[in-house]
Design a protein around this ligand. Structure first.
Ligand code: CS2
Length: 506
């Protein structure tokens, strides 16, 4: 983020405005919503790992709505990989602006983050918070790759995990930090905290539990038993479209607030948070802020990943190949919009086991409307990141279910082939692939010849993504057809593949 930060510094120097902070809150224009509570009277009850834009736009805003009634649940936000958020928000006392994008943006200043830490530089402070009995909840948005899972448990060969297992008192990974904090609590006779994953992953709580318990067991089986017996890992489903912050947002916020905010965030007005009600160490009254508490959230997270995120990824890859820049632009292309709608209604929804009362048609219509929101410039390149982590949970599960039900997978395969074509194009153009599997993807992309059978064999050998589907000849054949249909991946070839696929029989 260093470039972005440098830019923000320039903006600040240029505006000459005072900085957003507790001291400038009272002077904000009356229409700007701000914390409806005395911030100084709040105390830290939550440690959050990964205070990126999504956390600040989503979870922290929900907590901001609760702190007036429940001042004990303010957030200590811990970054693991970059000092950017801490350096931007510390001088602002943790305050930042959230813009809700729908027509004229509505601005609100969020105050739920009371403390910011950059773990590599502030180890003792982070450890003290994790050990603090007043902290009863640790939440995470560390993205799919932060869980470091292998098929049997935690991936002990992952460099961060290997490091943390060797030096458990000096962790670098989120999993290492969680377990280090739990060790301290056990030694001090303090009950474990609840660990709540807010990442966009099916069964996110189960994955977190698996990673934490396996990591702990490798250090000390008795510690793992203590955690397993006393801690809970509720699952959650999170939803709100949150485009990355940009200079336009910073300028708009400076204009409207009359103060300089180094790192505002933006999202659509719509937000949903469904949380499994399994908190053994107490919890805020989330439902008062509109969080849906549920005993069974599995259906919700699957529906969201498959009906929102899968088409998002399809738009990202196929739209990028067509030279389009944002989701709304992609939805403005009739062939792409038509393809994605059929994908959702005819391929994905029929394979989904939906939660009681869940209305797929209305849900899909609402998602398509959200994708079209003209007030949001959500860059396709942002969604295209981390395809190796996203596609299995977004698209490949649907393909497996469709194959089991003997349904067509032509359109679904076209979306996956779009990713592979995108990788080939990026590689050939010398552009970086942002993905934890970037090395393998880049070398496979570089060696691609355009021959569908050859290239698909090479890509499908990436077991971490495609196993076990890659051993199904129906999938291999559909992928070869889809990849061939995309031709060289230029606009005309993609458009004709989309039109042909939209007409295909389900
Ligand atoms: C997007 C998601 O970047 C992406 O991969 O699909 O971040 C999406 O905007 C959110 O999940 C919406 O809740």
């Amino acid at each position: 983020m260093s470039n972005g930060l440098d830019k923000r510094r320039e903006t600040r120097a240029a505006t000459g405005l005072p900085r957003l902070a507790d001291a400038t809150l009272a002077a904000l224009p009356a229409q700007v919503q701000r914390p409806a509570y005395d911030r100084a009277a709040t105390t830290i009850g939550i440690v959050h790992f990964g205070p990126g834009a999504f956390h600040r736009a989503h979870q922290a805003a929900y907590l901001d709505d609760l702190l007036a009634d429940e001042p004990g649940w303010a957030i200590c936000a811990v970054s693991l990989h970059s000092a950017g958020v801490r350096d931007a928000l510390q001088p602002q006392d943790g305050l930042y602006t959230l813009a809700l994008l729908d027509g004229p943006p509505r601005l609100r200043v969020v105050g739920a983050i009371r403390e910011l830490r950059y773990a590599p530089q502030q180890r003792d402070a982070v450890m003290a918070r994790l050990a603090d009995p007043a902290v009863r909840l640790v939440t995470l948005t560390i993205t799919e790759k932060g869980y470091c899972l292998s098929p049997d448990g935690v991936d002990a060969a992952h460099p961060d995990i290997a490091h943390d297992l060797a030096t458990p008192d000096a962790p670098t990974s989120a999993i290492g930090w969680l377990v280090a904090g739990l060790r301290q609590r056990r030694a001090a006779g303090v009950a474990p905290y609840t660990m709540l994953s807010c990442d966009n992953l099916a069964d996110n709580g189960l994955r977190l539990r698996r990673a934490v318990l396996d990591f702990a067991r490798r250090l000390d089986p008795a510690l793992a038993d203590w955690i397993g017996a006393g801690a809970s890992f509720p699952r959650s489903m999170v939803d709100s479209i949150t485009p990355a912050s940009d200079d336009a947002l910073r300028a708009r916020v400076a204009d409207a607030l009359g103060v300089d905010d180094a790192w505002p965030v933006q999202r659509e007005p719509y937000a949903q948070w469904v949380v499994e009600d399994d908190f053994r160490a107490g919890r805020p009254a989330f439902e008062r802020a509109g969080v849906v508490m549920s005993d069974d959230i599995a259906g919700f997270d699957r529906a969201k990943l498959r009906l929102l995120n899968a088409p998002h990824s399809a738009l990202a890859y196929l739209g990028s190949l067509m030279g389009l820049g944002t989701v709304a632009e992609a939805m403005g292309d009739a062939s792409l919009a038509g393809f994605v709608e059929r994908l959702m209604r005819e391929d994905i929804a029929p394979t989904l086991a939906l939660p009681e009362g869940f209305e797929p048609d209305a849900y899909i219509t609402a998602i398509l409307e959200r994708f079209r929101n003209p007030a949001i410039a959500h860059r396709l390149s942002q969604i295209a990141w981390d395809g190796s982590q996203k596609l299995p949970v977004r698209l490949l599960g649907t393909i497996a279910d469709a194959l089991a039900a003997d349904r067509s997978i032509e359109r679904l395969s076209l979306a996956v082939a779009g990713w592979l074509r995108f990788v080939v194009r990026q590689t050939r153009a010398g552009e970086a692939i942002v993905d934890p599997m970037a090395d393998a993807l880049t070398s496979t992309g570089r060696d691609a010849t355009g021959d569908a059978q050859r290239d698909i064999t090479a890509f499908l050998a990436l077991d971490a993504v495609f196993a076990p589907l890659s051993s199904d000849p129906r999938f291999v054949a559909a992928m070869e057809r889809a990849y061939a249909a995309l031709g060289e991946g230029d606009r005309a070839a993609v458009a004709s593949a989309l039109t042909a696929a939209s007409g295909a029989q389900s």
